[in-house]
Design a protein around this ligand. Structure first.
Ligand SMILES: [Zn+2]
Ligand SMILES: [Zn+2]
Length: 343
């Protein structure tokens, strides 16, 4: 098959490799489309040390089941699906209670030993196959993972009816937080970002108010919009230390903070302990969880979460380096890019 292989730091080569063969409890998928994630860019350039070359990256996968390994049941040939990424050992306490994303060994599709979706075929555990209906397109399926992590965070924190939710950052994660928070009953969603042009697109994805942090005083505007109370839920997606430090100031008394954006390795962050204690805040770290996938597929199918307009660019797999270059230089301002291994 054809695959984009990460062969060395800064290098990805599209070449022929042997087809994967599904083992016990695994299925073979024909990859219909794969989402290009900024994390993969950071991994292959060596900015984020996670795994080693040679490896096939790609953890945002829409596929069609085309082969079944031994002992697979409940998955049918021809079924279109998305791939939930966490792979559990099946034996530790977390796996036994159904929390495979908290597995002691914790493996992920797209990270060794599991090859990813930048290829024509990929094998995955049958347990990771999440079926999608015909009305969800290959492109939407391909980027569903990027929305599943933020949406999973909201599922963990809970959004109470009518609450005010502040979302810091309007990249793909920010837009997913905005849309899912609205779908879960938020009364008002306030999007905050530096770049006004990017910020304005948050309005198209359901933000009620926008605050441009390069032009306005964010804390002052939040106070104004909430009668001085602050936001009930603050979702941080940028990973920028100064913004992470500001989250407590933006939260209401007894508010919740979801930390999602990863700061650069070793970046110093001054944790606002006093504000957290005095306001009695709840601070949670969030990442993928397996429970959000089926509900999110339903929200996408019903149109309440719009992934379609988040796919702004597409490339054949052969041009994956162009896709990464576009993500990196930001001139075209892509939201999400997908690659097609069969085009
Ligand atoms: Zn990703
Ligand atoms: Zn485990």
């Amino acid at each position: 098959m054809k695959a984009a292989v990460w062969t060395d730091y800064g290098k990805i080569e599209v070449k022929e490799v042997p087809d994967p063969v599904p083992g016990k409890n695994e299925v073979l998928l024909k990859v219909l489309a794969a989402g290009v994630c900024i994390t993969d860019l950071h991994v292959y350039t060596g900015m984020f040390l996670y795994g080693k070359p040679p490896h096939i990256l790609g953890h945002e996968i829409c596929g069609e089941v085309c082969g079944l390994g031994e002992d697979v049941s409940g998955v049918e040939i021809g079924q279109r699906c998305v791939v939930e990424t966490s792979v559990g050992c099946g034996k530790c306490a977390a796996c036994r209670r159904g929390d495979r994303h908290l597995c002691a060994v914790r493996e992920e599709i797209g990270t060794a030993p599991h090859s990813g979706g930048y290829a024509q075929y990929v094998k995955v555990p049958a347990a990771n196959v999440v079926p999608i209906p015909d009305c969800v397109s290959d492109e939407e399926g391909a980027i569903l993972e990027s929305a599943a992590c933020p949406s999973g965070g909201l599922l963990k924190a809970g959004v109470r009816l009518g609450e005010t939710v502040a979302v810091l950052g309007v990249g793909p994660a920010g837009l997913a937080f905005i849309q899912t928070a609205k779908a879960m009953g938020a009364g008002r969603v306030i999007a905050i970002a530096r770049n006004r042009r990017r910020l304005e697109r948050a309005l198209r994805f359901g933000a009620d108010e926008i605050i441009c942090s390069s032009e306005e005083d964010v804390a002052g505007r939040i106070a104004e919009l909430t009668d001085g109370r602050g936001a009930d839920l603050v979702c941080e997606t940028t990973g920028a230390p100064s913004i992470i430090e500001q989250t407590a100031e933006l939260a209401a008394n007894a508010g919740r903070i979801l930390l999602y954006g990863l700061p650069e390795e070793g970046a110093p962050i001054t944790f606002p302990v006093k504000t957290i204690i005095m306001k009695q805040l709840e601070v949670s770290g969030v990442e993928n969880n397996p429970y959000v996938w089926e509900p999110l597929v339903k929200l996408v199918a019903s149109g309440r979460v719009n992934l379609k307009d988040m796919v702004t660019h597409a490339f054949p797999l052969d041009r994956i380096e162009d896709a990464f270059a576009m993500l990196k230089d930001k001139k075209e301002d892509p939201i999400k890019i997908v690659v097609y291994p069969w085009r």
